[in-house]
Design a protein around this ligand. Structure first.
Ligand SMILES: Nc1ncnc2c1ncn2[C@@H]1O[C@H](COP(=O)(O)OP(=O)(O)OP(=O)(O)O)[C@@H](O)[C@H]1O
Length: 948
């Protein structure tokens, strides 16, 4: 018995024939017995493919009525016809090298043996006919026959009744051990063997059952064919196949056999094989997935290759037409129905001879050798060393790329940081703009923005002020920073490579918060306070008349420097706040400083310098009717709204009126109805009201400015009480040339507090310098009057320079400056004695001198210089970093290197030793020019805390 795998030397043709089992139904006629019982048939073959059950019994109506198969043979069909149409094609496949199997399935006495005997004979006949027709081929026929009875395999060609064992051969599959395989000599030989087998089977069954076959009989005919021409050379191939004729035992149930004892045992084994066969067929009918229980019975094991394997299969189901067998007939039809769904894969089995096999193997070897020779390795894969080197090169190249990308990333990050700093600075700047823009009653002057030349001059003369208000046509209240128009390459002086990168968190973030707090603080702290409010008409700055500076109608809180003292007052604060600064000027940029001082003074006092200084009394008489003290909201606004000196200069030149040196300040209380537009009239002195000079509101704080040199009007500032007389300002004489000022809030006259500035440091150890200092100071004071130096400048000068040895250079510079101015004035006096020099020309001269000195010191602020400065001031690294940030911000506001350096120093000091709000104030408008910056830093030096 052949297995599913090809035998040794047997190869399967690549072409397979997949088909289903051919299922035919044969309905035998009623036998005599059945006829005698007058049994009728309920089955009718309505055509060649369908059989119909025509039951007259009502309880059978549920059964299927029609069954359709490949072929249905009725009672009148002959065995020849059954073979021809139901089995011949399958049976004769064997001569073509295809295994085939013919089954006969049905109940006892249904005609299985009757049919299979006929089919086998017709098949053998046809096979021999085929052989006879194919003389070019040599056929070898072998015959074997077995019987499976009670699960015992018996060789029907053997006279012994010893059961044979089934063996599992890896190449042939399940084989029957010691099975006789008779080689057929001719057709008659086969006929004899068939007859012998029938006798053998009959002998065994007769002893048990005379009327029914109780065993499964399998007749096997193996045919091997070889072409005769090739057979001689030994290289020919043969076709080999086996055809099985299977006559199964009766498929009836054991209970239906009415048997017991031995018969029951037979029925159990029969049913076991048939049950296994039915299970296999059912499994195969549902596909080849899953386990197929071939090994459940010897029948299924032997027929494994014929059931859904390599071969063609035909099943002839026989059934009795008798009504009494209708149940069995129905079961037979159900089995046939399942078998009809089973598919098989038949192959042509080719037997290759040894020589042919050797030759075939040799050809295959030659082919493989050719492929090996023609095999070309892929580039780069043949030599592992070269491959490794190539990989190393790739890695090296990638390393380079990584380094380059890292460098680019770091550079981009550095640029981004710088950009963020710049953006941040702009944000702060805009915040300051917003602060100013919230101030009501902004007075705008209708001008075109043509700021090229003028703004440049402002830059040099007015860098103290952060923002100017200009109004463009059709764009009111637009804020323009003139400095933005005149930036140069030096704007980034601290951003070059000499400036170390900042480490740690961005301090600028703090500044944004600071800015917010400061803005809020300003708004909150501007209640019930007074400060100087300057009333100012519209001014035209530009020579072309295109630009006007606007200022606030309502003055804001401001920090007022007390003349002749080193103190500053925030009048708007709820509590009187007087800040005392120490003096110490070792910094080299005095000249620019003084220029800044003058600008600041000009801005604050807004005085035309056409006339010589006025005494306090004269000033009181002539007065500034519009110079009043009023409420304010923020110091910032005051500073920002101070008009640039040039506008006053032009005004002065235009009016040709005597100007008042800023020695008199008129304070005014708040007007009813809220904030009033106040400012300093820059114009005709005749229009000024002397009564308004040096006045202050009775409801407001009392401001006293006390000058020890009361007798000397050139240096005395006298503040008289306001008209209502509730407060007063009086002058007291003290030793030394010192100015003092007291600020009181809502204090009655009798309780007026006085504040005297600190005495100058003790220089007894250097009495000579003290004497020299006093002489210079006296000379300077005289020159101030001669040169119409504004009061603010004088005040700041006194605040800053009090006799420290390091002040010598500044005293000298101031003297030189004043001499220069005085000489210029004298040169400009015409024959008629009229002083033709104007404040504008004087300021221009000052600016030129200042710029000249500034250029000398103007240079790159190197790291070394900065560090030296830090070390000198005792600034730590963290403060240093923050100061760099602030310095950058300041640099965006001014181009004065000296100013920047000092601002940076101040910022550093403030950050390191003072609260951040103070820094914010300074940064947002309280940048008191050089004086304020120095004062703050001096406070630090003297370990004085700022009461902000
Ligand atoms: N188509 C037929 N025409 C005439 N007689 C038939 C036909 N089929 C079967 N017979 C007769 O029916 C009887 C039983 O037939 P057979 O032995 O072939 O049945 P069976 O299916 O092989 O039974 P068992 O399974 O018991 O061997 C026989 O006498 C046989 O001659």
């Amino acid at each position: 018995m052949g297995g599913e795998e090809p035998m040794r030397g047997i190869v399967h043709d690549s072409n397979t024939l997949e088909e289903t089992i051919r299922v035919s139904i044969r309905l035998r006629p009623l036998n005599d017995k059945e006829s005698a019982k007058n049994d009728s048939s309920d089955w009718e073959c309505i055509n060649n493919n369908s059989v119909v059950f025509r039951s007259t019994l009502p309880d059978r109506s549920m059964f299927p009525q029609t069954y359709t198969f490949d072929r249905v043979f009725g009672c009148d069909s002959t065995t020849k016809q059954v073979y021809e149409e139901g089995a011949k094609e399958v049976a004769l496949s064997v001569v073509n090298g295809i295994n085939s199997t013919i089954f006969a399935y049905g109940q006892t006495s249904s005609g299985k043996t009757y049919t299979m005997n006929g089919v086998t004979e017709y098949s053998v006949t046809d096979i021999y006919d085929y052989i006879e027709k194919h003389q070019d081929r040599e056929f070898v026929l072998k015959f074997s026959a077995i019987e499976i009875y009670n699960e015992a395999v018996r060789d029907l060609l053997s006279f012994e009744s010893v059961p044979l064992r089934l063996l599992d051969d890896p190449e042939k599959g399940t084989v029957v051990e010691k099975l006789i395989e008779e080689t057929l000599k001719d057709r008659g030989h086969l006929q004899e063997l068939l007859s012998f087998c029938q006798v053998q089977r009959k002998i065994g069954e007769t002893s048990l059952n005379e009327t029914s076959s109780r065993s499964h009989q399998i007749l096997r005919l193996t045919i091997e064919s070889t072409a005769r021409k090739l057979q001689k050379s030994g290289t020919s191939s043969s076709l080999t196949a086996t055809v099985n004729f299977v006559d199964l035992a009766g498929s009836e149930r054991a209970s239906q056999t009415m048997s017991a004892g031995t018969r029951l045992k037979e029925g159990c084994h029969i049913n076991r094989s048939l049950l296994a066969l039915g299970t296999v067929i059912r499994k195969l009918s549902k596909g080849r997935n899953g386990h197929v229980p071939y090994r459940d019975s010897k029948l299924t094991r032997i027929l494994q290759n014929s059931l859904g394997g390599n071969g063609r299969t035909a099943i002839i189901c026989t059934m009795s037409p008798a009504r009494i067998h209708v149940e069995q007939s129905r079961n037979t039809l159900l089995f046939a129905t399942c078998a009809k769904a089973v598919s098989t894969n038949a192959h042509v089995n080719v037997v290759v001879s040894d020589k042919a096999l050797v030759k075939q193997l040799q050809r295959e070897l030659a082919r493989l050798e050719t492929e090996m020779k023609n095999f070309k390795p892929l580039p780069g894969k043949g030599d592992s060393t070269a491959l490794l080197k190539e990989k190393e090169l790739v890695i090296e190249q990638m390393d380079k790329e990584i380094r380059e990308l890292t460098r680019q990333r770091d550079l981009a990050q550095y640029r981004i940081e710088n950009l963020l700093y710049s953006v941040g600075e702009d944000m702060i700047f805009k915040q300051s703009e917003n602060i100013v823009q919230t101030v009501p009653d902004l007075v705008d002057l209708d001008v075109d923005v043509d700021v090229d030349l003028d703004l440049h001059s402002y830059n040099s003369s007015l860098k103290t002020f952060d923002t100017f208000y200009v109004q463009e046509e059709n764009s009111p209240h637009k804020v323009v920073d003139p400095l933005l128009f005149s930036f140069s390459d030096e704007d980034n002086f601290l951003l070059d490579s000499s400036t170390p990168e900042l480490a740690g968190p961005d301090p600028y973030n703090d500044w944004e918060e600071i800015a917010q707090r400061v803005r809020a603080n300003y708004e909150d702290s501007c209640k019930d306070v007074q400060c100087i409010e300057l009333e100012e008409p519209k001014e035209t700055l530009n020579e072309n008349g295109n630009l006007s500076l606007a200022r606030l109608e309502d003055s804001e809180e401001k920090m007022v420097s007390i003349s002749g003292t080193n103190q500053v007052v925030f009048p708007q604060r709820k509590n009187t706040e007087i800040i005392t600064f120490d003096e110490d000027f070792t910094y080299s940029g005095f000249v620019p400083k003084t220029a800044e001082t003058q600008k600041t003074l000009n801005c604050i006092v807004n005085i035309y310098p056409s006339e010589l200084s006025l005494s306090a009394k004269e000033t009181t008489k002539s007065g500034f009717q519009n110079l009043k003290l009023a409420r304010s909201k923020s110091c910032l606004t005051v500073l920002l709204t101070i008009p640039p000196p040039s506008s006053w200069i032009e005004k002065a030149e235009m009016d040709q009126k005597p100007q008042i040196v800023g020695s008199v300040v008129n304070f005014s209380g708040p007007e009813e109805g809220g904030w009033r537009k106040r400012g300093l009239r820059c114009g005709n002195m005749d229009t000024m009201d002397s009564q308004s000079v040096c006045s202050h509101s009775s409801e407001a704080k009392t401001l006293q400015i006390i000058d020890e040199d009361d007798d000397d009007n050139t240096s005395v500032v006298n503040f008289s009480p306001e008209k209502k007389g509730k407060g007063k300002a009086r002058i007291r004489k003290r030793s030394g040339s010192r100015l003092g000022m007291i600020w009181k809030k809502d204090e009655p006259e009798e309780s007026t507090q006085e504040f005297y500035m600190e005495e100058a440091p003790d220089f007894e150890s250097d009495s000579e310098w003290i004497l020299e200092f006093q002489d210079q100071q006296r000379e300077i004071i005289e020159l101030w009057d001669a040169c119409n130096v504004p009061l603010a400048h004088r005040s700041y000068f006194f605040i800053l320079f009090k006799g420290d040895p390091s002040d010598a250079v500044y005293m000298e510079v101031e003297l030189r400056r004043l001499f220069f101015i005085r000489e210029a004035i004298s040169r400009s006096t015409d024959a008629s004695g009229r002083n033709t020099i104007t404040q504008a020309s004087s300021l221009k001269a000052l600016n030129r001198e200042r710029d000249m000195l500034a250029r000398r010191i103007k240079k790159k602020f190197t790291v070394k210089e900065r560090d030296e400065l830090y070390e000198k001031w005792g600034i730590d690294l963290k403060t240093k970093q923050r100061s760099i940030q602030l310095t950058r911000m300041l640099w965006s506001r001014t181009k004065d290197m000296e100013h920047i350096q000092e601002s940076a120093a101040l910022v550093a000091k403030l950050i390191g030793f003072v609260d951040s709000d103070q820094v914010s104030r300074e940064m947002f408008g309280l940048s008191f020019s050089l004086q304020s910056l120095h004062q703050s830093s001096f406070s630090r030096r003297r370990n004085l805390s700022l009461p902000f």
